[in-house]
Design a protein around this ligand. Structure first.
Ligand code: BGC
Length: 526
C-alpha cells in the first residue's frame, strides 16, 4: 500500500504521522517513580458530558445546532443528554476520588453561562451556580480544578450573527466571558486553559467541516479563524495579567495540538524538510505566534506561494502588525499538550498548503479507530522539540488516552508506556508538571457520536440512569497514581491481574461476549 501510494505521489514529500509513539529502538522502563508534586488527573469537556442542552437557561451552542442536523454525526447522535453530567456532579466526583485523581480538567460551556455569548445581553445565574457547585465539590474532595474556557461549544448566536471565529468581534465577546469566569471562579480556579486544541477547532470546524460549525473552504477560512483565536488567547491572557493575576495568582495557558511527523526516509533531505514543515503547520501555527510573535516562516512561505498560484493578491494566511506581534508574544504561563491524533483530508485548503503526504507506519499499534496510534517515542520527541524551540516552557499533558470501538475486544490502554516515556522526557529536562488521562467517562465523541469509548468508567447507555462502572484501567491508573510511578515489575504484574480480576468479578454480566468493557489494559512490560 505504501509503495503504491508513494509511486502515485512522487512530487510531494512524505511524513509519517504519529501521536503517542514507540518502536523497538527505545527502551521502556519497568521501574521508576515520577518526581513528587506531579499532578495526576483525568479530564472531560462540557458538551461531551453535561447534557441538559436546553435546561436552566442554557443557550444553544454550535454543537447543538450541528448535531441537530441529520447525518452530521455517526447515527445522527447528539449530546443533548450526553452523559447527564449536569445532574451527576456529585456522583462523578466520587469517581474521581475513587481514581485518586488530584486534578480534574473540565471545560465551561460558554452558552450555559451566557446564553447568546454576549455578556451585556444576558448572564445565566443558574449556569454560574452549576460551575460554582462543581468547583466547590471538587475542592472539598481535594481535587484541583483545571478549567478550559473553550472546548469547542461556541454560542450558536455568535455563529449565526457574526460567523463565529471568522469574525474578530468574537474575540471581544470571548474576553468578556473569560473575565466573567475569572471574576466568579478565579478565587478558586488557578489553572486556566483559554482554548482546548484550537487546531481542531479551525481545521475540523472551518476546513474539513467534520465538526461544528461544519464549514468548508470557500465558505470561510481556517487561517482567519485561527488568527482570531490566537488574538483572543492573547487578549484573555493580558486581561488576566492586568486585572486578576495579582489577586488570584493563577496561570493562563493554552492546550495545543499534539501532532508530530517523522520523515519516511530519514536520509532524505526533502522528507526531513517535509516532516519539519508538518510540525510547523500544526504545533507551530499556534505555538510560534505565542512564543515568538509570528507564524513560522515556512508557513508564511508556503501559504503565500499557494495563494499567488491561485491568483490571489495577498496570502490567505493573515499577518500580524508590529504591535500585535509584541502583544501576542510570550503570553503563556503554561502549555497544554494533548496526545491524540486526528486524520487529515486532502482537500484544496490548509491541508494541501503544506505539500506533503501523510502516511501511517503499519508497524504502529492501532488500538481502535483509524486516527489513533500508540507511538510513545514521538511524544518524547514532541516534548523535546517544544523544549528546544520554545524555551523549555512549563507543560501539562492535557489529554492522553485510547478508545474502544464499539464491540471490539482486547483493546490495550497504552498509558503505561506513555508514562514511562514521560519519565524519560523529564530526565531529558523537559518541564512537565501534570498528566491528564482522557477521559473520566465514556461520552459523546463529536462526529463519532457514542461509538467510541474513551472513559475509565463504562457507561451503560441502555440502562435508565446510565450507571457508571469502572473498567480495569480505572483500578490500574489508581495504582499508578498511588505509587507515583511503577514499583518493581512483579508488583506491576499484580496490579494488572488485580485490575482484570476486579473488573471481571464486578461485571460478569458484561464480560460475557463483550470483553471491550474489561480488557482495557496492556501490560507494562513490553
Ligand atoms: C478532544 C476530546 C476528544 C478526544 C477523542 C480530543 O482531541 O479534545 O474532546 O474526546 O479528542 O475524540
Amino acid at each position: 500500500c505504501f509503495h503504491v501510494f508513494k509511486g502515485l505521489i512522487k512530487w510531494i514529500n512524505l511524513v509519517f504521522l504519529y501521536n503517542t509513539i514507540l518502536q523497538g529502538n527505545v527502551e521502556i522502563m519497568t521501574h521508576f517513580f515520577l518526581p513528587s508534586g506531579l499532578l495526576w488527573g483525568v479530564g472531560s469537556s462540557a458538551y461531551q458530558t453535561e447534557g441538559a442542552w436546553d435546561k436552566d437557561g442554557k443557550g444553544p451552542s454550535i454543537w447543538d445546532a450541528f448535531t441537530h442536523k441529520k447525518g452530521k454525526v455517526f447515527r445522527s447522535e447528539t449530546g443533548d443528554s450526553a452523559r447527564n453530567g449536569y445532574y451527576k456532579v456529585k456522583d462523578d466526583i466520587q469517581l474521581l476520588k475513587e481514581l485518586k485523581a488530584n486534578h480534574y480538567l473540565l471545560s465551561i460551556s460558554w452558552p450555559r453561562i451566557m446564553p447568546t455569548g454576549i455578556k451585556t445581553e444576558q448572564v445565566n445565574e443558574k449556569g454560574i451556580q452549576f460551575y460554582n457547585d462543581t468547583i466547590n465539590s471538587l475542592l472539598e474532595n481535594n481535587i484541583i480544578p483545571i478549567v478550559s474556557l473553550y472546548h469547542w461549544d461556541l454560542p450558536q448566536v455568535l455563529q449565526e450573527t457574526y460567523g463565529g471565529w471568522q469574525n474578530i468581534s468574537t474575540m471581544n465577546y470571548f474576553n468578556d466571558y473569560a473575565n466573567l469566569c475569572f471574576e466568579k471562579f478565579g478565587d478558586r480556579v488557578k489553572h486556566w486553559i483559554t482554548f482546548s486544541d484550537p487546531w481542531a477547532v479551525d481545521v475540523k470546524g472551518y476546513d474539513t467541516g467534520e465538526h461544528a460549525p461544519g464549514l468548508k473552504p470557500g465558505e470561510c477560512s481556517a487561517y482567519k479563524a485561527a488568527h482570531h483565536i490566537i488574538k483572543a488567547h492573547a487578549k484573555v491572557w493580558h486581561s488576566y495579567n492586568d486585572t486578576w493575576h495579582s489577586e488570584q495568582q493563577g496561570m493562563v495557558g493554552i492546550s495545543l495540538t499534539r501532532s508530530w511527523g517523522e520523515p519516511i526516509d530519514p536520509h532524505s533531505q526533502t522528507d526531513k524538510a517535509a516532516a519539519e514543515r508538518y510540525i510547523r503547520f500544526h504545533l507551530g501555527w499556534f505555538a510560534n505566534p505565542i512564543y515568538k510573535g509570528d507564524y513560522p516562516e515556512v508557513m508564511k512561505n508556503y501559504v503565500g506561494k499557494k495563494s499567488a498560484q491561485q491568483g490571489l493578491g495577498t496570502s490567505r494566511l493573515p499577518t500580524f502588525s508590529v504591535q500585535e506581534k509584541t502583544y501576542i508574544k510570550g503570553i503563556l504561563d503554561f502549555l497544554g499538550i494533548p496526545i491524540l491524533l486526528f486524520p487529515f483530508l486532502q482537500v484544496p485548503s490548509y491541508n494541501t498548503d503544506y505539500d506533503l503526504a501523510e502516511l501511517v507506519d503499519p508497524k504502529w499499534p492501532a488500538p481502535g479507530p483509524k486516527w489513533l496510534y500508540s507511538v510513545p517515542w514521538g511524544f518524547r520527541r514532541l516534548l523535546n522539540f517544544i523544549k528546544t524551540q520554545y524555551g523549555n516552557p512549563l507543560i501539562y499533558v492535557t489529554e492522553n488516552g485510547v478508545n474502544q470501538i464499539l464491540g471490539m475486544t482486547n483493546i490495550g490502554n497504552k498509558f503505561n508506556r506513555i508514562i514511562s516515556i514521560l519519565f524519560t522526557a523529564l530526565n531529558d529536562g523537559v518541564n512537565v508538571k501534570g498528566y491528564t488521562a482522557w477521559s473520566l467517562l465514556d461520552k459523546f465523541e463529536w462526529n463519532e457520536g457514542f461509538s467510541e469509548r474513551f472513559g475509565f468508567y463504562h457507561i451503560d447507555f441502555k440502562t435508565k440512569n446510565e450507571p457508571r462502572h469502572p473498567k480495569a484501567s480505572a483500578d490500574y491508573y489508581k495504582k499508578i497514581i498511588s505509587a507515583n510511578g511503577f514499583p518493581n515489575p512483579r508488583e506491576v504484574d499484580n496490579w494488572y491481574r488485580e485490575a482484570m480480576d476486579s473488573c471481571s468479578t464486578t461485571h460478569q454480566h458484561l464480560a460475557t461476549g463483550n470483553c471491550a468493557f474489561c480488557s482495557v489494559l496492556e501490560k507494562h512490560i513490553i
